[in-house]
Structures are given as C-alpha cells and as structure tokens.
Design a protein around this ligand. Structure first.
Ligand code: ADP
Length: 479
C-alpha cells in the first residue's frame, strides 16, 4: 500500500512541536507493516541542502504565483517528496511566523500551495508513483480533498488527522479566488467557518476518515469546551472519527543509548540517572533538595496550563521540590519563569529557548515531569518521561489521561501506577498533585518501583501503526 503523508513539519528536518515527531516516526513504523509512505514537506531554508541533492519528479510554473517543483529523496530513513516553491517557503524566519513574531501574511497561499501540490500527486501527477491514499495532517494540509475533487472524479481516498484543533487555519474568504479554490467548496458543509475560509474545517468536512491522536481527545472534540466551534461537525462525523494514540521513536528516545545525556541507564541499572541529575542541576544552577526535581519542557502557552504552575511555585518550593524549565512562547510566561528563577535561586532554573539536546538531558536527569495542560490532544513529553523513568504529573485530559496511570490507592494496590493525574485543571489540584508526588518520592522503594514500571510501559509506535494500517485497508477496500 502506498500512502502520501502531507504535513508542514517532520523531525528531524524541521520541528516546532509534537506534529514533527509523529510525521518523522509513523512512516518508518508503517514500513514494518509493508506500507510505503512518502512525506510531502515544503523546502524551508533548513531543507535546501537536501533539496539540492534530490531528483525532480514534477513541476508547476504557477503554484500560487510562482515556480514549484517536487523533489524525491530518502534521508534519515524517510522517503520524502520535497515541495520546492521558493516564493512560498525559502525565507528567513520561523516556519509559520515572520521576524515580527506574527503569522506570515501569505500563510494561506503557502499552505494552499502545499495542499495543491499534494492534490496533484493524489490524482496521478507523478509518472512512477500514485498513492493509494492521502493522509493529511493538521490545517496546513486541509485543502487537499477540495483541490483533488477539482482535478479528478476519482481521487485517492483521504484521511485527515487532527493533531491540535486549536490551530484551524482561518483566513479572509476573499482569498478563495486567489487560491484557485472552486467557490462551490465555500459552504457550511464545506470550507466555510463562521464567514471565514477554514482550512481545517474543509479537511474535516471532506476527508473520508478523520483521526486524532488519542481516544480521550476524540471524545473531547465532540464537546464545546474542546471542539472550539467544530464540535458539531465532530459529532456529525463521529462514525468516521477514531482516536489512535501517538507513540514515540524509541530509538531516538532511549536512555540506554542517547548521545545527548550524561550517562546511560535502564530499568535494570538505574544508577546512571543520578549522574544525569547532577549534570542537569549544574546546567540549571540547582542545589540538592529533599524533594523531587521536576522539569517542564514545553511551548509556553495558555494551552499548557503553565500559568497555574507559576501560581503553584511557592508551594512546590516549600515542599522541597525543585524545578528546571525549558520553553519559549508567551511573553508573560517567559518573564514569569525567568523572575521565578531569580526569586528562588538553587530551587528554580529557567532556560528560555528551544534546545533539543537539552530536552533529552532534562528527561534523563529529572525525577518527574509536570504537564498541567488545559487540553492535550496526545502529548509526547509524558511518553518520553515514562521511557526515561521521569514520572509524569499530568492533568487528566486528552492523551495525558490515556497514557499515565494515576498512583491512586487501587492502582498502587494493583502495582500498576506510573505517575500522578489531577483534575480539574486548577492551581489547587496541581498543588495537591505536587504534594502527592513529593510524598511518593519520599518513599524510595515505592518511587523506584514506579520508575521501573514506567520505563517498561510500551510507548513505541507498533500499536498505532497496526491501527493506521487497519484504517487504510478499510478505506482501500471500500474504494
Ligand atoms: P505540542 O506539540 O503541543 O507542542 P507535544 O508534547 O505533543 O506538544 O510535543 C512537544 C515536542 O516538542 C516534544 O518533542 C518536546 O520535547 C518538544 N519541545 C517543546 N518545547 C521544547 C523546547 N523548548 N526545547 C526542546 N524541545 C521542546
């Protein structure tokens, strides 16, 4: 089976969040199931060296007003179809934001271009490769079914995956003509969302199947507080909606073999974790303490509930806890955590920025990872935490609810707990979770047993890859 993945990010080439990790890992795990997945990805400046070595397989003299080519190559074990459209993607700055920190003003054209090129491939534009289905990821790929329907009566079937429904790709409807989108798609059952053009809405309305990245988030999406205006559509399409839990790349995230950490360790030989803790404390200027060393590795946004952590910090510190935080995002949170490091030197350390190798050392050197998200489609950092014996302390929502087993009495008696969950997402509940974590930490035998159990919890892609394959087959069969 041949599958075209369409996405705006793919690790290790270009990453702003969990989407990239998923796109970098799933195609590899599908290979083991006999599928051949190719990832279509724009040529941002970081991908230029790779593009220069790739083979041209398609060109278009007018893709959203400029020259475009598709280039095929394989790198890091991933088969890529690179969309080289310099007028859309070859520019300094972040992939979605300009130097002023705002969305690029032509994001609609940029990702309509990606969708349009994918639609060409999905309708047979390549001489030597025709996908059996197209798998679109997030709003950037949402227009693929619309464009395919304009090109062919028999386009490839489509799957749309929601990695985060908060990013909907909403634009002024007057852009429709410029994007070459047929006006018939602009209806309440199609691409229209409260008077705007919605890329995600279009994809969700028109895809043959919809998936999201955890079973709990799939249910939450049908509720107003999580569906963010698309809950009605989600309820309408509930029979086509599946939650398939993300995994992680267990080769890249392996404490026994990780070039970015200070010492290797495993569930059987935990001693190396201490060395990582010392290295981490040095990096963040932290002192010894009698409570756990918590970490946060996150975008600093309201979604992630880190304003609650700022409020809970006096409590965390007074309970003997320490915190190492790595992240960037909203200005208030950046300055809030920088100020906290200043206020509690030795107990709170902050690095503002994005640092992939440091994130590995933090997973290896911390005792627990805090994830107080208001909503979390799946979340990956709790999965890395499990793998590294860094116990997740999480809000009971989305994929966090599906992956962490709370250390309540029943789970402790049954010997299955792997972390701490809390609800509702309030400062008081977070403080209570921090206190429970400190209590568990002060019982070394209990804590070590939980660490070992967490490290053995299956977090790879095998199960998800099997579920995706079953979904693909059901679509291909019904074709
Ligand atoms: P989201 O996709 O909503 O940002 P996820 O938990 O699904 O959240 O994925 C976040 C990914 O980005 C993880 O791989 C995490 O380690 C990484 N990450 C987030 N912030 C940073 C940072 N400041 N430095 C390094 N890695 C980060």
């Amino acid at each position: 089976m041949k599958i075209l993945f369409v996405a705006s990010e793919c690790a290790p080439f270009v990453k702003t969040g969990g989407l990239a990790d998923v796109i970098g890992a799933v195609p590899k795990s599908l290979k083991a199931h006999g599928a051949e997945a190719r990832v279509m990805l724009p040529v941002y400046p970081a991908l230029r060296p790779l593009a220069d070595k790739a083979r041209e397989v398609w060109q278009d003299a007018d893709l959203m007003g400029g020259d475009a080519r598709l280039l095929a190559c394989t790198d890091e074990g991933i088969d890529l179809l690179l969309l080289d459209a310099p007028h859309l993607f070859d520019r300094a700055g972040a992939i979605y934001l300009g130097p002023d920190g705002r969305d690029w003003p032509d994001n609609a054209e940029r990702f309509a271009g990606l969708s349009r090129a994918a639609a060409a491939v999905g309708t047979g534009a390549l001489d030597d490769w025709m996908p059996d289905l197209v798998h679109m990821h997030d709003w950037q790929a949402g227009l693929v079914p619309a464009y395919m329907s304009q090109i062919s009566d028999q386009p490839a079937p489509t799957v749309m995956t929601i990695h985060n429904i908060a990013f909907q790709g909403l634009f002024d409807r007057r852009i429709i003509k410029k994007l070459g989108l047929a006006s018939r798609h602009y209806t309440r059952d199609g691409a229209e969302f409260w008077g705007q053009l919605g890329f995600l809405k279009a994809g969700l309305a028109m895809a043959d199947r919809i998936t999201t990245v955890s079973p709990t988030y799939a249910r939450e999406l049908m509720l107003p507080e999580f569906g963010l205006g698309l809950e009605g559509l989600m309820r309408h399409r509930r029979d086509d909606l599946t939650g398939i839990l993300n995994g992680i790349d267990t080769d890249v995230w392996d404490p026994a073999n990780d070039p970015d950490i200070a010492a290797p360790y495993s569930a059987r030989g935990l001693r190396g974790k201490q060395k990582n803790q010392r290295a981490l404390m040095k990096r963040f200027g932290l002192r010894d303490g009698d409570g756990p060393l918590f970490c946060v590795i996150s975008r600093l946004t309201t979604q992630k509930g880190l304003d609650l952590l700022l409020e809970a910090l006096p409590w965390l510190v007074s309970n003997g806890g320490r915190l190492a935080l790595l992240g960037s995002g909203e200005r208030d949170l950046e300055t809030g955590f920088a100020a906290a490091a200043h206020k509690w030197p030795g107990s709170v350390g902050t690095v503002i920025g994005y640092d992939e190798p440091l994130s590995h050392l933090m997973q290896a050197g911390s005792d627990a990872i805090l994830i107080p998200s208001r909503f979390e489609p799946c979340g990956l950092t709790q999965l890395y935490g499990l793998r590294y014996g860094t116990l997740p302390v999480v809000a009971r929502t989305g994929g966090l609810a599906d992956t962490v087993i709370d250390a309540n009495e029943a789970a402790m008696a049954a010997g299955v707990a792997t972390g701490v969950q809390f609800a509702p997402v309030t400062t008081a509940a977070l403080e209570d979770a921090i206190a429970r974590t400190c209590d568990l930490y002060r019982q070394p035998a209990v804590w070590t047993a939980m660490m070992r159990r967490a490290m053995k919890h299956p977090v790879g892609w095998d199960t998800a890859a099997g579920q995706y394959m079953a979904l693909y087959r059901s679509l291909a069969d019904s074709d």
